[in-house]
Write a protein that binds this ligand. Sequence first.
Ligand code: THU
Length: 160
Amino acid sequence: MKEIKIESTLYVYNTVKDLPSDVQDLMNNAHQARDKAYAPYSKFNVGAALLLDNGEVVIGSNQENASYPSGLCAERTAIYYKGAKYPEAKILKMAITASSQINKTTEPIPPCGACRQAIVEYEINQKSPIEIYFMGETGKVVKSNSLKNLLPLVFDKSVL
Ligand code: THU
């Protein structure tokens, strides 16, 4: 029997104001997307914004449905929009923000497992890491230098 230890390094910023200015701008785009989310069922709004290497910013928000599983998270809405509109572009940075319509989210909200799986496929295909920044409505921001830090033991096309 052999023990395997898995380690990830994440960086915590106390406030959005401590981020580099391009990331603050990106997070602002994510906030704007979040505030237009369609989340009448969970009342939990999520926004995502991607900065591409062609200078474009692509956004997404969660889109819910009366048939609950038909809804989609903000991160996948954004990443699939990018795949459809700018298939050749690389994603440099991704900002994610969440706010509840019921109570204030002050803790950073990480992307769900399904979104991590979707994002990592783009990261692998583009052969360069995506910086991920995530936060709640206010407060701390967590940065990961690559999606892979959030998804150890990744399942990808290399195993098929
Ligand atoms: N949601 C996201 O948009 N991203 C995540 O990573 C986690 C969850 C959405 C899905 C649903 O509309 C609501 O948040 C509550 O789960």
